[in-house]
Write a protein that binds this ligand. Structure first.
Ligand SMILES: CC(C)(COP(=O)(O)OP(=O)(O)OC[C@H]1O[C@@H](n2cnc3c(N)ncnc32)[C@H](O)[C@@H]1OP(=O)(O)O)[C@@H](O)C(=O)NCCC(=O)NCCS
Length: 219
């Protein structure tokens, strides 16, 4: 998800939404995200106290180069975290913090948003602080997130978009087993320039069939 759905200018709308959302009985993941435990990686709900570490991890030039601008301040991350909780309650969006076994500090995020009502088709996105690139944190977190998307949320088609120039993002998705379906021409505005994006997908059937292989490769 090169384009983070959070927009600071929609904060007011989120306030309005929140009023109606609180009246809806929350159920399952919409009420509270589960903690997803891997061997080294734990995905858990973001907390407002994660704002300083997420700000430090995700606002560096190397991380933010090919994604929509992350919030520019710690306070901006606090607002994003509150917004994400409201979106989760509304049942439209989920964002996990990535943490490592033995340390509760957030080193990145995995996001999932519905592209059609009911999450049949959904888009995921991720960003991890560059000190943890190549550590296996992405691969393990991606397996946890994909399992959550297919088995808990009910996604049948999981899409990801990565700028063609984002070698690392595309490399990570290819290695994870996503299928490249095509190129979305000039689909992502970054620094005043429209960039081409690769559309990557994983289907639920593909995930089920390949899960053993995926697991063997990752563990
Ligand atoms: C995308 C991201 C989460 C992946 O995590 P990661 O730890 O870097 O991923 P991995 O190291 O597991 O996999 C990346 C693969 O791409 C390869 N790669 C790196 N640069 C590459 C390039 N220019 N071209 C092709 N492949 C490349 C790596 O060698 C690695 O493969 P390998 O393990 O077989 O050597 C992380 O890089 C990140 O946060 N990037 C910034 C945010 C972002 O771009 N998000 C993606 C939006 S779709």
């Amino acid at each position: 998800m090169e384009k983070m759905p959070y927009r600071a200018d929609l904060d007011g709308i989120a306030e309005t939404l929140a009023a109606s959302v609180t009246t809806v009985a929350a159920a399952g993941w919409r009420g509270a995200l589960p903690v997803l435990r891997g061997r080294q990686v734990i995905l858990r709900e973001m907390r407002v106290s994660d704002a300083p570490s997420l700000f430090a991890m995700l606002t560096t030039e190397d991380v933010s180069r090919f994604i929509s601008p992350p919030p520019a301040t710690v306070e901006g991350f606090e607002r994003f975290i509150v917004w994400a909780e409201r979106q989760r309650l509304a049942g439209a969006y989920v964002c996990f913090a990535v943490t490592l076994e033995g340390s509760d500090g957030a080193i990145g995020i995995f996001q999932l948003r519905e592209l059609e009502p009911g999450f049949g088709t959904a888009e995921w996105g991720f960003a991890i602080g560059s000190p943890y690139w190549g550590s296996g944190a992405f691969q393990e977190g991606a397996e946890l997130m994909a399992t959550f998307a297919f088995d808990v949320v009910g996604v049948h088609r999981l899409e990801a978009r990565a700028a063609v120039r984002n070698g690392r993002g595309n490399g990570a998705l290819r290695k994870f087993g996503a299928v490249q379906e095509g190129v979305l021409r000039r689909s992502f505005l970054k620094n005043g320039e429209y960039l081409d994006q690769v559309l990557w997908t994983i289907l639920k059937e593909q995930w089920r069939e390949a899960k053993v292989v995926w697991s063997e490769r990752l563990h």
